[in-house]
Ligand binder design. Structure first.
Ligand code: FE2
Ligand code: FE2
Length: 202
């Protein structure tokens, strides 16, 4: 993802179209926030399990990527939970179902498919509804997550293609939007412009 002159948003970007065969159940923005929390919780648990499986199979770099992405989804949960808690302070975060990994190549494809669903279907649908409701905070939170998810998909597919020729690059996680960079060649987050110094290394 290249660095733009202004922060990417639903208003100044052209990759926010919702797939025509959308399977997202859209409710009110409050309901959509809860639904996103639930989806992100499942994804985070899945990636944690995939990381364990990758480690056991000797794919250490893939394991680091799954750990970084599991942590990224926790960032999205935190952003979405904060908005729900403004309305429902007693809202309890859902717990994840049990998850297990299989062959790491298939886990990477499974992860990429989930990320592509979120970035091309779920989040654009939730963003549209939040725009209709005039909920600017929710538009911003969903937008950050949407943009990070497509990068997650990109990292997963790159790892899939490079499974037999890994390198020792570090993955860096942006603490405010969940963007993940591979390697050292960046100065700030292309989604939210956080400096590299604030990123977490995996
Ligand atoms: Fe993701
Ligand atoms: Fe960021």
């Amino acid at each position: 993802m290249k660095l733009r002159t202004e922060t990417p948003s639903a208003e100044n970007s052209h990759n926010f179209t919702i797939v025509s065969n959308s399977t997202t159940k859209v409710g009110t923005t409050l309901e959509n926030l809860k639904s996103a929390i639930s989806g992100e919780t499942g994804a985070s648990a899945k990636y944690t399990a995939f990381a364990q499986a990758a480690e056991a199979q000797g794919y250490n770099q893939v394991a680091r990527l799954f750990k970084a992405t599991a942590a990224a989804e926790q960032i999205h949960i935190g952003l979405e939970y904060a908005l729900v808690a403004e309305v429902e302070p007693d809202f309890e975060k859902p717990t994840a179902q049990g998850a297990a990994g299989e062959a790491s190549d298939l886990d990477l494809i499974s992860g990429a498919c989930g990320e592509i669903y979120e970035t091309s279907d779920m989040y654009p649908a939730f963003i549209k509804r939040a725009q209709e409701e005039g909920n600017i905070k929710a538009v911003q939170v969903f937008t950050r997550a949407k943009l990070a998810e497509s990068v997650h998909a990109e990292r997963y597919l790159a790892a899939y293609n490079d499974l037999d020729c890994p390198d020792d690059d570090t993955f860096y996680l942006c603490p405010s939007c969940g963007y993940i960079h591979k390697g050292e060649d960046f100065e700030k987050c292309p989604i939210c412009f956080c400096p590299k110094s604030s990123f977490t290394a995996f």
